[in-house]
Design a protein around this ligand. Structure first.
Ligand code: FES
Ligand code: MG
Length: 574
């Protein structure tokens, strides 16, 4: 968006003219109790707030908004709060991923259609982060991201619990008969200890770290726990900086470059971050006009060590990571793996921002000489089962299964999986390769987090906690196990996953970075000819638009018409 006169505030097009429209805009603000001194010739800073009573992770946002406003007033700006779609991961069904692009569209459009000079983007729970950033990148108005921050660590008896990861773990123990109802109830009461996002290195903390590494937050913002005083001060400081961003007209297009996205990828690998990050980074990069592909993740993962010892890949939680120095300390440890020249929202380079960072605890933030793992947290695999690629997080997998060949047990959808998993007829053994298909962007629909397929009860009782699992779904950033995800093209559009039959041998080789179906080509061609596409789940409304326009996992699952391209004009004001 380019206001006609670059020295003028964009909002002055609404508020300055001596016209009937200008009169209308001013008089209605005055009807809200503001006078000229409040808003005339002041940068209008929008606060895009993803709060709702059903977004459990953002329950502190009503208080934080007031703190952001305080910072905006302090610097002579005019704060306006705009509620946008909330995307609370726990409550929304079938999956928030169905709605990421809707929030991205809403973000772009509310920024464009209103008198706004800069924006504070308040998000945190998984999809809110990429959605707000994708929208702000496309609108290209000055914007700064304020992460919700992680919850405090949970304690149960003498255990420290991490959201997601420990819920899955103890649920399996309960199914194995090792945990009574009372203990399970105690865990339910204590595992979410405060406002804030999941306090493992799940998707929320991964995406916040990525936003910081892309230069879109104040330094250190991504790991500050949600409910400590420092988080309130971060909110005020973010508001203050947003006013300067409006005055400087520092747009995302002046901050982001291919090197910023490389920094984002390296960061996501070094924190052992969520597999979901791959889809979101690709989507954000393509919004910015950089045609990022899975190859770049593969290249950078081969040379990036995992340094953050945080669950699910490691031992600690986000509060510990913050106390150990937070993301600036980790970025500094990465040294030349990070391009220090990249720009950030505070007008300093990322290298300048991390220059004084210090690691307080080298067990939590490791050195490059003593990493959690010498190479990246997420690997890209290819083969005849995933011609457009798929991914695995080896740091969260069982070493014994990383190179494994076994017979397939196929589930056509999640309902069938639930119904048949514990059926002895399914014949699942420790060597089986579980397959869930029709769970991708089109198939789920909406690309749900079903990729950590449950282990059958009889195997849990034998002490087995992991199997090779393959799907065209995603999995939660707090999940773990030998789960091959994001198989593309997905089964619902006729990808080879649709052709697998029970008993087919599947070969997973992390060493070769490959995933193959050991069935000869003639037989596969025969099965392909017999395949018919499933009926679309949605015939109307947003769901129908989603199915028509969503791209595959390797292209970021954005809508095809939202990629970077021709500029959308600013609205005319007559
Ligand atoms: Fe909101 Fe995990 S549920 S961040
Ligand atoms: Mg999650």
């Amino acid at each position: 968006m380019n206001p006609s006169d670059e020295s003028e505030l964009r909002s002055s097009r609404w508020f300055s003219p001596d016209s009937l429209r200008g009169f209308g805009h001013r008089s209605r603000l005055k009807g809200m109790g503001y006078d000229d001194q409040d808003f005339r010739d002041r940068p209008v800073v929008a606060i895009l707030n993803t709060w709702s009573d059903l977004n459990t992770c953002h329950s502190h946002f009503p208080e934080r908004v007031q703190q952001v406003k305080r910072g905006i007033w302090q610097m002579g700006g005019f704060p306006v709060e705009i509620p946008v779609m909330s995307l609370g991961e726990m409550m929304m069904k079938p999956t928030t991923m169905l709605y990421r692009n809707l929030l991205a569209m809403e973000t772009e459009e509310v920024l464009r259609c209103h008198p706004i000079d800069a924006a504070v983007l308040m998000g945190g729970c998984d999809k809110t982060v990429p959605a707000l950033l994708m929208g702000a990148i496309s609108a290209d108005l000055p914007a700064i991201f304020l992460p919700a921050g992680p919850m405090l660590k949970a304690r149960w008896k003498d255990q420290t619990l991490g959201s997601g990861s420990d819920a899955w773990k103890y649920w399996d123990e309960r199914r194995a008969g090792n945990l009574c109802d009372e203990a399970w109830g105690e865990i339910e009461n204590c595992i979410a200890r405060s406002a804030g996002t999941c306090m493992t290195m799940g998707t929320a903390s991964t995406m916040a770290s990525i936003a910081e590494s892309m230069g879109m937050t104040l330094p250190g913002a991504s790991s500050v726990p949600a409910v400590i005083a420092e988080h309130a001060r971060l909110a005020v400081a973010t508001g203050r900086r947003a006013v300067e961003l409006a005055q400087e007209k520092l747009r995302p297009s002046a901050i982001l470059s291919p090197a910023s996205f490389d920094n984002a990828i390296v960061t996501s690998m070094a924190i052992g971050g969520s597999t979901n990050a791959i889809v979101h980074i690709i989507a954000m990069a393509r919004r910015a006009g950089f045609p990022l592909t899975l190859e770049r993740f593969d290249e950078l993962s081969r040379t990036t060590p995992v340094l953050a010892n945080v669950r699910p890949a490691g031992k600690y939680l986000m509060e510990d990571f913050f106390d150990a120095g937070g993301l600036p300390a980790l970025l500094k440890q990465l040294g030349d793996r990070i391009d220090g020249a990249c720009a950030t929202v505070n007008r300093k380079s990322i290298g300048e921002n991390i220059a004084a960072a210090e690691v307080i605890d080298v067990d939590i933030i490791r050195t490059r000489e003593n990493p959690i793992s010498p190479t990246g947290g997420t690997f890209v695999l290819r083969g005849n089962l995933a011609p457009s690629g798929c991914i695995i997080k080896p740091t969260a997998a069982s070493p014994r299964l990383l190179n494994h060949t076994g017979p397939a047990v196929v589930f056509d959808n999640y309902a069938q999986l639930k119904a048949k998993l514990n059926d002895p007829e399914a014949g699942i053994t420790a060597d089986s390769v579980l397959i869930l298909r029709n769970a991708g962007p089109q198939g789920g629909p909406g690309f749900p987090e079903w990729g950590m397929l449950p282990i059958p009860d009889h195997l849990l009782k034998q002490g087995i906690r992991d199997l090779v699992r393959i799907s065209d779904a995603r999995m939660s950033g707090t999940s773990y196990g030998t789960c091959v995800l994001h198989v593309a093209p997905e089964a619902s559009v006729g990808g080879p996953l649709a052709l697998v039959r029970n008993g087919d041998l599947i070969e997973l080789s992390i060493d070769q970075r490959s995933l193959n179906l050991l069935v000869d080509e003639k037989e596969l061609a025969k099965r392909q000819a017999e395949w018919t596409p499933p009926a679309p789940r949605y015939q109307r409304g947003y769901g129908a638009m989603f199915l028509k326009h969503v791209t595959q996992a390797d292209a970021g699952c954005d809508f095809d018409f939202l990629h970077h391209g021709a500029e959308t004009p600013d609205p005319d004001i007559y």
